[in-house]
Design a protein around this ligand. Structure first.
Ligand code: F3S
Length: 775
């Protein structure tokens, strides 16, 4: 711990507020005692608490069992938003009436660019197709002082790594792979728009203190094994749910051997196990990365924090800190892995992949190899892949599969162009796509004749491979691997080809075998900044700017505030729908083509619950009105809304599992939903409901689920009193059966905190904020 007076840091605007973080951390030490050994994740998280003592002692035995119990009220340092999710986040922010964001923020236009013919043609096309959304985002950014990265500038996570991420930073991002920034020692958490708004308006963002999973790395990578293989093998061990409620913290001697961008790749894909985030400690590899991306002063400050006796080391774990769970990976023995299809946790070591292809009847060939994306487009990734392309070229070979390269940012693209790497790819026949998500998020116009519904395989260096994610074809099997492996295998086009052991015939008759890839961690001449048109707008708020929303638009609509809770019980509600089985956020608010309407609540609400199974009939998206007329769920909800008939939904376990998508809470609320009565909730969705003013209740006795049906009439008892007394009290539901008129009561449980009770009373969290701001 610290001795002496702390040094002062002279830092640029985008740097973490180290002085403040260190001061808060001193308070953490005071509350927990100087001898308490803390993991790195705990150090960074706890030093971002709004009120250290309150949070660390909440729900714990005097601060002893914080992880898994305490409710942390956090004040992140910054927010990043991608263009699809930024729309609703900004619309919500705007409804609070603040002149500027409380913390620095950035918007990145990356998700809406279709990859087809290459960057030069695809970017202008996308600007044409999405102009009104880009205009809205840019004008809002100018008004509120948010840095706006225009379409073509790069993918959010790459731009964040190059510009904002830094050791000790805590940030929120409205995208699942925000943890990418953990490669540079930051705590970066993927959230929904409503959570981002908390940070933007300076309201504390709540998180149940995560448990910490320690991943000890030993040895050193060599040959074909790459940082991607660390996470591909870890996802296989943990499965897609294994990281839920955990932060993955890497430690051990192997950590010191990895490049900064390699660590980012491992953190990026930690999202695939459901982890809250992943992170690495500050290592010597961070220094050259920070320097080469123009941030020498941050490198110097981080070094001072780690080495100085005068300040506490918040950038590395305490020696001997304990983890809730531990896994060891020996990098020296790590084999390349290939994961998939359809789920990222089906992880197969390369040496066993051929067997698996045959045993599972997977296609023998694959049509496309795609490298790059937010996960794997670093200088190291690309130059290692380039080395393979050069070897193949010398042997007179061309890729057999279509080959696509997605640079993660303009900075990396321009640098690779200068160093001839992109030219090497292009000469080999690769298509260099825009600096954007493209095929990774379904924005891919395939031109190889594969029809929808046709089984086929592709290989990518991306992070997700759910059905339909890349080309909209649910039968496309996407296998995930390192960019090096994707590149080498593209030359054979065969799924059973192992570049470590197999050779490819050449026209000279000489069989060709790849040597292991070799690349450079960072460009010897530094990074190029590239096209200056892609630089962000400066973060200076300008209140004179009018935010651009066309009143006729079908993609954007200003949010109307929701009505406040009545000063009484909720009465005469009707059960709109009784859901059977799983009900994820996708079931409640489907993605795919609906993503287009993310900024238009009335339009996107037309997908509300369309995936839900009717408990009485087994039908999907089929609801029945009081006169037995059947119709789609959103249709009935709209009809009841228009008639002033408030409603509730009855559901089973884990209602709202999946993503943090706030639309799944906003839409039912918009259509007149007041209560969700379920056997249990997914935690994040339950919070989202309260933020939007919907009351989540659970059955005290699960068997009561069977007693209540669609169209029954419901009145609450004790709800108003519970809300007005800060969440203390019991809530009973009085049910009157449709048809028989029989009446009975159902006991329920709730989890309202005093803050959440006020959100509901105000009509929504934003209403409350707007009210406070107006006072
Ligand atoms: Fe974009 Fe795919 Fe990453 S959608 S943010 S490139 S995971």
């Amino acid at each position: 711990t610290a001795q002496g007076s702390p040094p002062q840091f002279d830092l640029p605007k985008r740097a973490p507020p180290y002085q403040k973080i260190l001061k808060n951390f001193a308070e953490v030490r005071r509350v927990l005692g100087v001898d308490r050994k803390l993991t790195l994740a705990e150090k960074i998280l706890y030093s971002h608490l709004a009120n250290v003592e309150d949070s660390l002692l909440s729900n714990t035995q005097n601060g002893q069992n914080i992880r898994g119990n305490a409710s942390l009220k956090l004040k992140p340092d910054r927010v990043a938003m991608q263009d699809a999710s930024a729309q609703m986040a900004l619309l919500q922010f705007m409804s609070c009436g603040l002149p500027t964001t409380a913390v620095p923020a950035s918007i990145h236009c990356d998700h809406m660019i279709v990859g087809e013919k290459g960057a030069d043609k695809d970017v202008p096309e996308s600007i044409k197709g999405n102009k009104e959304v880009y205009d809205f985002l840019e004008s809002a950014a100018q008004k509120y002082g948010i840095e706006f990265w225009p379409p073509g500038a790069g993918i959010i996570h790459q731009a964040v790594l190059e510009n904002y991420a830094a050791p000790g930073l805590m940030m929120l991002g409205t995208d699942s792979h925000t943890p990418n920034a953990g490669g540079l020692g930051a705590i970066a958490i993927g959230v929904g728009g409503a959570d981002a708004v908390d940070a933007l308006v300076d309201a504390p963002w709540e998180l149940k203190a995560p448990k910490i999973l320690g991943v000890r790395l030993e040895g050193e990578l060599s040959g074909w094994a790459s940082p991607k293989d660390i996470i591909l093998s870890l996802v296989g061990q943990l499965t897609v749910r294994g990281g839920t409620g955990f932060i993955i913290e890497y430690y051990g001697p192997g950590v010191q051997t990895l490049s900064c961008t390699g660590m980012a790749t491992a953190c990026n894909m930690g999202a695939e196990v459901g982890a809250t985030t992943s992170l690495f400690p500050f290592t010597p590899h961070h220094i050259p990365y920070l320097k080469s991306t123009g941030r020498s002063s941050i490198a110097k400050a981080a070094k001072t924090i780690v080495e100085s006796k005068a300040v506490d080391n918040i950038l590395q774990a305490d020696q001997g800190a304990a983890y809730d769970q531990e896994i060891t990976i020996n990098l020296s023995k790590l084999e390349p892995h290939i994961n998939g299809p359809f789920t990222p946790d089906f992880s197969v070591p390369l040496s066993k992949f051929k067997e698996q292809v045959q045993a599972n009847n997977w296609p023998e060939t694959f049509g496309a190899g795609l490298i790059g994306s937010c996960t794997n487009s670093s200088y190291e990734d690309m130059t290692r892949s380039e080395s393979l392309v050069k070897q193949a070229k010398a042997a007179g070979l061309k890729p057999k599969a279509d080959f696509f390269v997605t640079p993660g940012s303009e900075q990396i693209r321009a640098t690779l162009a200068r160093d001839d790497t992109l030219n090497t790819f292009s000469e080999a026949g690769a298509t260099v796509l825009a600096n954007a998500c493209g095929p990774c998020i379904g924005q891919w116009k395939r031109t190889d004749g594969i029809k929808k519904g046709e089984t086929n395989a592709i290989l990518s260096s991306y992070n997700r491979n759910f059905p339909g994610r890349n080309d909209g074809n649910p039968k496309t099997m996407n296998f995930l691997a390192s960019p090096e492996l994707v590149t080498a295998m593209s030359y054979s086009g065969s799924m059973t080809f192992n570049p470590m052991t197999d050779s490819i015939p050449t026209s000279s008759g000489e069989p060709f075998r790849f040597s292991p890839p070799a690349g450079k961690e960072l460009p010897a001449q530094g990074f190029e900044s590239g096209n200056t048109a892609y630089l962000p707008t400066p973060p200076i708020p300008d209140s004179s700017v009018q935010v651009k929303i066309d009143p006729e638009s079908d993609r954007l609509a200003l949010l109307e505030p929701f009505d406040a809770f009545p000063q009484s019980e909720l009465s005469n509600l009707r059960v709109l729908y009784k859901v059977k089985g799983q009900c994820t956020t996708d079931t409640i608010s489907a993605a795919g083509p609906w993503l287009k309407y993310k900024g238009h609540l009335p339009n996107i609400s037309e997908n509300t619950l369309i995936g839900a199974v009717n408990a009485a009939t087994g039908e999907v998206n089929t609801a029945y009105d009081m006169d037995n007329a059947s119709m789609a769920i959103p249709e009935l909800a709209s009809k009841w809304k228009a008639a002033g008939q408030p409603w509730l939904v009855v559901a089973e376990h884990n209602y709202g599992e999946g993503s943090a998508r706030e639309h799944a809470a906003l839409q039912p609320r918009y259509l007149g939903g007041r209560i969700i009565l379920a056997k249990s909730f997914a935690r994040i969705h339950e919070t989202n409901l309260k933020k939007q003013g919907v009351v989540p209740l659970t059955f005290a006795n699960e068997a009561d689920y069977d007693k209540i049906d669609a169209r029954d009439e419901v009145t609450t008892e004790g709800l108003y009193e519970t809300l007005t007394s800060g969440g203390k009290g019991d809530v009973t539901i009085k049910v009157k059966k449709h048809g028989s008129g029989e009446e009975f009561s159902v006991k329920t449980k709730h989890t309202f905190s005093p803050d959440q009770a006020s959100f509901i009373l105000a009509g929504s969290a934003l209403n409350l904020l707007a009210k406070k701001h107006a006072q």
